[in-house]
Write a protein that binds this ligand. Structure first.
Ligand SMILES: [Zn+2]
Length: 173
């Protein structure tokens, strides 16, 4: 049995290690001040100001400074970071409402993707705000080769197709 609390804490620690002192726009990341699903970081701007920022906005590029330069892009509702962290929660956090359909069913996340940087490198930037992560084999794990960015419609069709196949398999037995 996985100690989920410790596991998620370790995921936060790995994320902090991977991101610390990286630079996005004018912001250099100093330290994570809040972990979890919407983490906050202290960042130093090129102008010298130190400010707490949402890592999601920094990664997506909608927060590029302490505020001394206008941020032009509107924040996206769910960034790659949000997708990744929600995936961890669905698989490893029994208190998550979706856990029974994921972790509870034995769906896992491959070791490589337990680090955000690897996940982003394999999946690439989310192509649009309506896209979320889809498993091609809905009974398979979250891993490269079984995941793609897809719209809710594609995902629903995929789930239907698998349901029909599972029912046909059950009938054949
Ligand atoms: Zn600044």
């Amino acid at each position: 049995m996985i100690d989920t609390f410790r596991w998620l804490k370790e995921a936060d620690a790995r994320h902090e290690q991977a991101m610390v002192s990286r630079k996005f726009g004018k912001l250099t990341l100093l330290a994570m001040t809040r972990g979890g699903i919407s983490p906050l970081w202290l960042a130093r701007c090129d102008c010298g100001q130190v400010r707490e920022v949402s890592i999601q906005r920094v990664i997506v590029g909608t927060a590029t400074s302490c505020g001394c330069t206008p941020d032009f892009m509107p924040p996206q509702p769910q960034s790659e970071w949000g997708t990744w962290r929600a995936m961890l929660d669905r698989c490893y956090q029994p208190s998550n409402p979706s856990y029974p359909h994921y972790g509870g069913r034995g769906i896992k996340i491959c070791e490589r993707w337990q680090t955000f940087d690897n996940f982003l490198a394999d999946m690439g930037v989310r192509p649009g705000p309506k896209m979320s992560i889809d498993r091609i084999d809905v009974d398979g794990d979250y891993e490269p080769g079984n995941c793609r960015w897809a719209t809710a419609t594609i995902q629903a069709n995929n789930q239907q197709r698998h349901k029909r196949r599972r029912m046909a398999r059950a009938k054949a037995i």
